[in-house]
Design a protein around this ligand. Structure first.
Ligand code: ADP
Ligand code: ADP
Length: 230
């Protein structure tokens, strides 16, 4: 089953930089796709194009069979089904952890507060952070904040999770706890697209590795064949 399909994506920024130069790709349900490549190769632009956080200059993005690049499509509805986790957690600093997690389900999914809070507490227990429900983001470590950012996305019941260098801003000792949570999601069958420099994660968890350079997909394959490549 194809979940996301992109067709001949180009992205030219205002400075005339050709950040994506004809990318076509299909992402199947249940895949864990890890995108690697040098800095500036277009990985982040590609990832952000999947949920139209970055609007491609030309080309199409289909999500669950719908052309979300079409002007007729209401992107908000589809974007709710695509969770996104950034390098810098993007938690609301003046809201508690529980409020951070329940905000979107209440506002966008029209869940009752009780229902949203009960699901949030379930997710907090999943990552062992239920004691932090009434804390503020500044009271948490980087690794804890990133795990909260991940479960906040999960609270929206996404069909795919997009990760943009989720461990790059963390102290080294906190990288493991975030990767471990991501591995659990993968084991549970979550479709994931991950931009990361963590090669161990790519080797161990990816079902497919994509190598980008100069705005193009240069190579891809299963981790075993990919990393054995001469
Ligand atoms: P990567 O994630 O592989 O590091 P990016 O997708 O972030 O690559 O960037 C690809 C290229 O596009 C880089 O040269 C970067 O400087 C440029 N770029 C990214 N975002 C913008 C932007 N908003 N405006 C102009 N250029 C950008
Ligand atoms: P990331 O952490 O995803 O690699 P960057 O540090 O490359 O992001 O960029 C941070 C922000 O600046 C992004 O919103 C990106 O789109 C934008 N950006 C990156 N490169 C450029 C550029 N050359 N000109 C303008 N904006 C850029």
């Amino acid at each position: 089953d194809i979940l996301i399909k992109v067709e001949d994506l180009h992205k030219v920024y205002h400075n005339k930089l050709h950040a994506l130069d004809g990318v076509s790709e299909e992402i199947l349900k249940g895949e864990v796709v890890v995108i690697v490549g040098p800095s500036g190769s277009g990985k982040s632009t590609f990832l952000r194009s999947l949920n139209l956080l970055e609007v491609p200059t030309s080309g199409h993005v289909y999500f669950e069979g719908v052309d979300i690049t079409s002007k007729e499509t209401n992107i908000d509805h589809h974007r709710q089904k695509m969770g996104m986790v950034f390098q810098h957690f993007n938690l609301f600093p003046h809201k508690t952890i529980l409020e951070n997690i329940t905000l979107a389900p209440i506002k966008l999914l029209k869940k009752s507060r009780a229902e949203a809070e009960s699901r949030a507490m379930e997710l907090l227990k999943l990552v062992g952070l239920e004691a932090k429900a009434n804390s503020y983001p500044s009271q948490l470590s980087g690794g804890q904040k990133q795990r909260i950012a991940i479960i906040r996305s999960l609270a929206m019941d996404p069909d795919v999770m997009l990760f943009d260098e989720p461990t790059s801003a963390l102290d080294p000792e906190m990288v493991g706890e975030v990767l471990e949570l991501m591995k659990r999601l993968a084991d549970d069958g979550m479709t994931m697209v991950v931009v990361t420099h963590e090669m161990g994660f790519a080797k161990e968890v990816a079902t497919r590795v994509i190598f980008m350079d100069e705005g193009k997909i240069k190579e891809q394959g299963a981790p075993a064949e990919f990393f054995d490549h001469p």
